[in-house]
Ligand binder design. Sequence first.
Ligand SMILES: [Zn+2]
Length: 267
Amino acid sequence: MELIDIGANLAHDSFDADRDAILKRAVAAGVAQIVITGSSQESTGKAIELSRAHPGVLFATAGVHPHHAADLTVDTLPALQALARDPHVVAAGECGLDYFRDFSPRDLQRRAFGWQLGIAKATGKPVFLHQRDAHDDFIAILREHGIRHGVAHCFTAGEKECDAYLELGLLIGITGWINDERRGLHLREVVKRIPADRLLIETDAPYLLPRDIKPAPKTRRNEPAFLPYVVRAIAAARGETPETVAANSTKAARALFGLPARAESSQ
Ligand SMILES: [Zn+2]
């Protein structure tokens, strides 16, 4: 299987001590390429740095997560715009709305989201989207900006939200949430609605460790090498083989992010 992890927070400091080992384990598990999530200006810078060190294997997104929306101001926006134009950056975001945690005021979340959709349009890059408990505002802002090119990452919602995203033209990213036998059961139904060429796979590492890893790693830290668990859970839900899910999601990821068909480097 040749897999692409479209959402791994490899800039996270929990990987600082053993990032090279993490990358080796990912390759050994069949993860050929990884898109590193930029969720702040700092993590975006780090994601770009890592992508430069591993050309053709690692790629970056450039964005500010809704939790940090208050950090994106008229003064800091130009720096993010510059980061987004870097050739290693394959998407604008992670951006969106999170009304579940409300770590930033909602008006500032909407402003930061709109700005980043503007960056996506200016650069011609797809958007890497985050949404929690904010579906109506989220869809309205996407429509207002005429966004049809991107991925709703870490999708955990229901049929209504899934259909709305598909109708907009977005792809859907599925994480190890689907492996969760307590809160992921509805996703096993919803995932059947996603056309094969619109379904992407991701770990969201270091978060969302698949619950069916036995024995679970003591650290509870997720990593790209665990992506095959997500593939198998999706395959079981859709009645497909893991190889089919892998091949289709890899093809869809390359098409959306414009990734090369083969890694240029074996690092
Ligand atoms: Zn997210």
